[in-house]
Design a protein around this ligand. Structure first.
Ligand code: ATP
Length: 234
């Protein structure tokens, strides 16, 4: 199968500073890619460009046969890319049900899974999102993304704030989505989570890719060790 997502030399700068600087990679349908690297290396900015939060200053992004790098975020969402946020972006004054209903109302694709059942949210549907703990808000953020039936799901530090049991459960769920054909990019500091999800990671530093391969090989790479891992990958 060919590339479903083709990112070619994308750049994003803030003033004169390049947060992402000539990043290229491809992703197949149903594939999971880990995007890792030190703080400030450009991972979230990459996700922000792919989801249309920022327009790229250079380069192209092709998704499912369409060039999307100049599209606004709502159009990108409509064609099947959706995401979670490092700090979940649910509506705090709405209930969990209302939050999911808003996403369902805007969905252009049938969800692959029922987000409520899949993420086991039945017990908190009447709670206001603002009263949820971090793990619950992250799960709700994911539910809202899944309600849109994404073909490409971008998850930004989903495991941060989850306990080991919740992390394991999240791993199983993301693997299930990938088996359903959903491509997933996982931005993550918790490398054991990434390791459980995929053999393919890109290590970023200063806006550029410095390594592509599996985490075990990354741990043996001198540059990755120098800037990021300190010799301890998984
Ligand atoms: N809106 C913005 N305005 C100015 N600088 C920004 C903006 N967003 C990100 N940056 C800068 O771009 C660089 C990359 O940030 P980014 O959040 O993409 O890194 P990251 O790899 O996701 O980091 P972390 O792992 O800490 O989340 C950082 O130096 C950051 O300060």
């Amino acid at each position: 199968m060919g590339a479903f997502l083709k990112v070619d030399q994308i750049s994003k700068r803030f003033g004169g500073f390049y947060a992402v600087n000539g990043l290229s990679f491809e992703l197949k349908q149903g594939e999971i890619l880990g995007l890792v690297g030190p703080n400030g290396s450009g991972k979230t900015t990459c996700i922000n460009v792919l989801s249309g939060i920022y327009a790229a200053d250079g380069g192209t992004v092709e998704f499912d046969g369409k060039m999307i790098h100049t599209m606004p975020s709502y159009k990108i969402s409509n064609i099947g890319i959706n995401r979670t946020y490092q700090i979940p972006k649910c509506f705090h004054s709405l209930t969990v049900k209302e939050n999911i209903d808003v996403a369902l109302a805007h969905a252009k694709h049938k969800p692959q899974v029922d987000p409520v059942e899949f993420l086991e949210l039945q017990g908190i549907m009447g709670r206001n999102a603002g009263t949820l703990n971090t793990a619950q808000q992250k799960t709700l953020d994911l539910a809202r993304a899944l309600a849109t039936g994404p073909k490409l799901l971008l998850v930004d530090e989903l495991a941060a704030g989850l306990n080991p049991e919740e992390t394991e459960s999240m791993t199983t769920k993301l693997l299930h989505l990938s088996e359903q054909g959903v491509s997933i990019i996982v931005v993550e500091h918790l490398l054991s989570f990434v390791h459980a999800l995929t053999k393919r990671v890109i290590v970023m530093n200063a806006g550029k890719q410095i390594f592509e391969g599996d985490l075990e090989s990354a741990s043996k790479d001198p540059l990755v060790n120098q800037v990021y891992l300190g010799g301890d990958a998984v």
